[in-house]
Write a protein that binds this ligand. Structure first.
Ligand code: PLP
Length: 408
């Protein structure tokens, strides 16, 4: 229990944890099952190129997402690049794709990588999700597509985005990288818009070391994507179009399957952590968990809070320093909005106040299988004690000797 500022590790106290509590610790599942699968892979001597485990993984993901097709890929960034470059998007260089300001940089990069222009749209201040009202105002004759991002597993306002894109003849894609196992109402995320993209990066709720997928009910799109991921080879073995190498290898599929086996347990554990955090953080001035719309199911893989400097008495970044000194490795998600990133700043639409303010305030707290209810209690106590002395912590931090600052 931390009573005064002297108990905080940042100011010389002993850390709350001897071992790090992290955001995005990998969900590896049962090690024996993974090793069994790896033995099969090695015995088969079929390490990549559309192997049996890759197909098994695709079938399982498609079932979970409630879609006809899962095209597994080496990561979600390549998946987004493939969708943006698809013939149905039909973009000429400089054509526009509307994306939210609050997302991981890959969403913007995928658009620019294919020679199109990411047009950055501000977000809803409560959810951080792309704001359909603002999307409409950004549509020009050059707009080809809208990419919604189901941030932290929250479903976008899908129906409104569908209406807007349909009436303007645009493609609608979802970057669902953080949203496997989540739903839009009773519909699993995966079957929304023309296609959705999952990530199975090591830090995601299901991990395949690195991996991704395009999921869709569109047969022709799935066939095109299967060709593009494999150098453009068509069914007859001849190259029909410009392709890339986007294949998911068998070791990745083995981990993906094993991690997927544990998904329901992981979600249940995360959900319990979320409830514990909500109770334990309640009433701390200026600290608020991001509220999820209960009509949709969330995997609670991300425990997001906002820190309002005026009410808490300290800035999010200082709370982050306090937590890190305690070996609580929280993360600012995301520290910059898309129009603030160096490659896109020159093309910035001007201030996007909701996204910018969220980027200043958001913090992801540790959760996942390695974080117990007791850990959540300790982490929440540190946050409470720090905010209770918010002004004092701010004063001490600014008054610290210069050499201390230089060594941190
Ligand atoms: C993780 C993430 C990505 C990138 O996924 P990779 O598989 O690492 O390429 C893209 N978009 C969002 C919103 C993400 O959270």
């Amino acid at each position: 229990m931390k009573n005064g500022t002297g108990d905080l590790a940042l100011f010389g106290g002993s850390p709350a944890f001897l071992q790090n509590r992290r955001v995005g610790r990998p969900n590896q599942g049962d090690r024996e099952r993974f090793l069994e699968r790896m033995t099969r892979v090695l015995d088969n001597e079929w390490l990549s190129n559309m192997g049996p485990l890759m197909y098994e993984f695709e079938t399982r993901v498609a079932e979970l997402a409630g879609v006809r097709h899962c095209v597994s890929l080496c990561n979600a960034t390549v998946a987004l690049q493939m969708l943006v470059g698809d013939t149905a998007t039909g973009g000429e260089p400089g054509d526009e794709v509307i994306i939210p300001a609050l997302t991981f940089p890959a969403t913007a990069h995928a658009v620019r990588w294919r020679g199109l222009r990411p047009v950055v749209c501000d977000v809803d201040p409560a959810t951080g999700l792309i704001d359909p009202d603002l999307v409409e105002a950004l549509i020009t004759p050059r707009t080809r597509a809208v990419i919604g991002v189901h941030l932290w597993g929250q479903a976008c306002d899908v129906r409104r985005l569908e209406k807007i894109t349909e009436s303007n003849g645009l493609r609608l894609y979802f970057d669902a990288a953080p949203a496997l196992g989540c739903t839009y109402g009773s519909t699993p995320i995966g079957g929304l818009g023309h296609a959705e993209v999952f990530s199975f990066h090591a830090t995601k709720v299901v991990n395949s070391f690195e991996g991704g997928a395009i999921v869709t009910d569109d047969d022709a799109l799935a066939e095109r994507m299967r060709a593009v991921r494999n150098f453009g080879f068509g069914q007859d073995g001849l190259v029909e179009e410009v392709g890339t190498n986007g294949k998911l290898n068998e070791a990745a599929a083995a981990m993906g399957l094993t991690s997927l086996d544990a998904l329901e347990d992981t979600i249940a554990h995360n959900r319990a952590n979320y409830e514990t955090y909500r109770a334990a953080l309640s009433g701390i001035p200026g600290v608020r968990p991001v509220e999820y719309d209960e009509r949709h199911r969330n995997s609670h893989h991300y425990m997001m809070i906002t820190v309002d400097r005026a009410a808490a008495g300290l800035h999010r970044d200082l709370l982050l320093d306090v937590l890190r000194a305690e070996n609580i490795l929280a993360q600012p998600y995301f520290p910059q909005a898309m129009h603030q990133l160096a490659p896109y700043a020159a093309d910035s639409p001007g201030p996007l106040p909701h996204a910018e303010s969220l980027c200043e305030q958001l913090l992801a707290l540790p959760t996942g299988p390695g974080v117990s209810a007791a850990d959540v209690g300790i982490i929440s106590d540190v946050v409470r004690a720090t905010v209770a002395h918010g002004q004092e912590v701010t004063g001490l931090w600014h008054a610290r000797p210069a050499e201390t600052a230089a060594t941190r």
